[in-house]
Design a protein around this ligand. Structure first.
Ligand code: GTP
Ligand code: SPV
Ligand code: MN
Length: 592
């Protein structure tokens, strides 16, 4: 089977892994319709997928994972640089030699009794000089089917890899060889899970989990962790950002990118349905942006992905009608509940839960606890999104007018704040914090620092990353987008969200554009410029200007505590923290 590729480098690499993994059979994945159908049939026959009702949800499926394999595993994710300092204080580090010594025995015979899927894939639009090629080897048909939707998988990509010999090797095994008739629908090996990255040799080794970012290796592993390292070396940025196109009532077009931590609103903002008449929004990307500085000094962003792996809970006709239309057919759902009509359901989909559901654990739902897992997801091609922008695959990317950094903060951080400069914006990005969510293992709702929403995704030392951002702005600020901190998640005394969010977020972006066009002045605060209540269009929201006002107030005592906390956090980052950011912190302290 080594002759899938004629390039000696590629064929030799594949042969070596086949010898090690010892699969029963091998299939090249090129993503055509017939292959997709056979993957589906196989998964259905194994009980790994359920076909949903063909009228309610055509050509769509539900997968239920092992309850121990439901999210990214940050504690099992490693950056394996030669020097510990190059992984930095925020990453788990192992030396490459040690990680190889740990994982090679795990891979030995790991695919016995299973088929090996060889998936050539591209991240980045076709014809883009920024495209990156990879080959994922996996023993999961679910991963193969998902990769076809999430990345660009084709014969042409296989040929391009064969011709150039250039690709990021990405090895994935669920880590459960089959010896008898004892296979399970969702095999995984939680005790031995590793998601390892070798940034210097550009390799990805994943073992033991079949879920999302742990297993679809083009996404977080390649397009963020490995790409961030390459981007630093080559002078560009790989970011955890959505990209949105907005057209104002006057017909002006603006592109904005936004970094929000996992499950903090990127997909929803990317599919914004404006509640203010005259505005039009279109989607470019919902999770990752590769950003380069153009010759004109502006920043150009590309979405390297081909699909959406989106959070299901909370998505409804009311909150996100576009996402609902996107997933109306040809979608794989994971860990949602199954209705008796053969459709999927999740918390927030409708106000009341239908009766007679099977929950995400595969048993009749007893009404106790959630019916869908809080990190239940949909996997769907981006081309199915009714509001996808025609230029979403533009090989040169789209020019950015503004960058948003947003976290989930119940208090302190205003609805929107404009940074005073690029450097101040980098400072605000570096001190971002957010409540943890179900997208990763561990407790939810705990505030943690998540700089640039990249804490789990930066493939190198976070201090070097901040320096790279500072350098990226360069000496000339001409053409650079302005930077804004946003927070849709402030709560009142009853613990309710104050800001209506979702489609109403266009009101915030409209203020941002008013700022860019010099139409509003805002108000200075120690954190930056916030809107005056009179500058935000509240018509059609339940909020009066008096009710809005607290959203842009900064509690002085809270800010003092925050600064103390940032001080401690910065000291933990060691000597690679740029001095200019320390100076920014001193400046903030002086302002309060
Ligand atoms: P990842 O795919 O994990 O990176 O997540 P994401 O950043 O794309 O988050 P997503 O848009 O899927 O939103 C996650 C959760 O936040 C969902 O339950 C949404 O309903 C909720 N959410 C998104 N936007 C808003 C908002 O403006 N206000 C409120 N209150 N909730 C929101
Ligand atoms: C995230 O956690 O930010 C995601 C989901 O987008 S996963 O692909 O699992 O990383
Ligand atoms: Mn994400």
């Amino acid at each position: 089977m080594e002759n899938l590729f004629s390039n000696p480098g590629v064929a030799g690499w594949l042969g070596e892994w086949i010898d090690r993994l010892k699969p029963e059979s091998i299939e090249l994945v090129t993503g055509d319709q017939v292959q997709q159908e056979s993957l589906v049939d196989l998964l259905i026959s194994r009980g790994a997928l359920v076909r949903l009702d063909p009228v309610l949800r055509p050509n769509s499926f539900l997968a239920l994972s092992d309850p121990k394999d439901v999210a990214r595993l940050e504690s099992r994710t490693f950056i394996c640089s030669e020097q510990e300092g190059d992984a930095g204080p925020t990453n788990n580090w192992r030396s490459p030699a040690e990680m190889r010594a740990t994982m090679l025995p795990l891979y030995e015979g790991a695919m016995q009794g299973r088929k090996l899927y060889v998936i050539p894939f591209a991240m980045g639009p076709e014809g883009s000089r920024f495209q990156m090629l990879g080959i994922e080897l996996t023993d999961s048909a679910y991963v193969a089917l998902s990769m076809i939707k999430m990345a660009r998988v084709s014969k042409a990509v296989a040929e391009a890899i064969d011709k150039s010999g250039n690709f990021v090797p990405a090895i994935h095994s669920v880590g459960v060889p089959v010896t008898g008739n004892d296979d399970v629908p969702w095999p995984c090996n939680p005790e031995n899970t590793y998601v390892a990255h070798f940034p210097e040799t550009k390799e990805i080794w994943s073992f033991g989990s079949g879920y999302g970012g742990n297993a679809l290796l083009g996404k977080k592993c390649l397009a963020l962790r490995i790409a961030s390292v390459i981007g630093r070396r080559e002078g560009w940025l790989a970011e955890h950002m959505l990209i949105l196109k907005l057209t104002s009532p006057g017909g002006s077009v603006y592109y904005v990118a936004g970094a929000f931590p996992s499950a903090c609103g990127k997909t929803n903002l990317a599919m914004l349905v404006p509640t203010v008449p005259g505005w039009k929004a279109e989607t470019i990307g919902d999770d990752i942006a590769w950003i380069r500085r153009g010759e004109d000094g502006r920043l150009y962003a590309v979405n390297p992905e081909a699909g959406f792996f989106g959070v299901a809970p909370g998505t409804s006709e009311r909150s996100n009608a576009m996402a609902m239309k996107t997933v109306s057919r040809d979608t794989i759902f994971t860990n949602c509940a199954l209705t008796k009509e053969g459709d999927v359901w999740w918390e927030g989909a409708t106000e009341t839960a239908p009766d007679g559901m099977i929950d995400w654990k595969g048993v009749p739902w007893d009404g106790q606890g959630p019916a869908a897992h809080p990190n239940a997801r949909f996997t769907v091609s981006a081309s199915q999104c009714p509001m996808i922008a025609p230029e979403w695959q533009d090989p040169d990317g789209v020019p950015l007018s503004a960058l948003l950094f947003g976290g989930r903060r119940s208090d302190l951080i205003p609805l929107v704040t404009e940074a005073r400069s690029w450097e101040h914006g980098v400072f605000l990005g570096s001190i971002m914090a957010s409540e943890t969510t179900a997208a990763a293992e561990g407790p939810t709702g705990k505030v943690r620092r998540d700089p640039f929403a990249m804490l789990p995704f930066c493939g190198y030392n976070i201090g070097d990353y901040f320096q790279h951002w500072l350098d990226f702005g360069g000496k000339s600020v001409n053409g650079l987008p302005r930077i804004y901190l946003v927070n849709w998640f402030r709560r009142n005394a009853d613990h309710r969200y104050i800001w209506p969010g979702y489609g109403d977020n266009v009101r915030v972006i409209s203020w941002i554009i008013d700022r860019l066009e010099g139409r509003v002045r805002g108000r200075e605060t120690p954190l930056g410029i916030v809107p005056d209540a009179s500058e935000i269009d509240l018509a059609g929201t339940p909020l009066s200007p008096e009710e809005f006002a607290p959203l842009v107030e900064i509690d002085g005592a809270g800010l003092v505590t925050e600064v103390e906390d940032v001080e401690e956090y910065y000291s933990g980052l060691g000597d690679r923290l740029p001095k200019r950011l320390r100076a920014q912190l001193d400046e903030l302290r002086a302002l309060i």
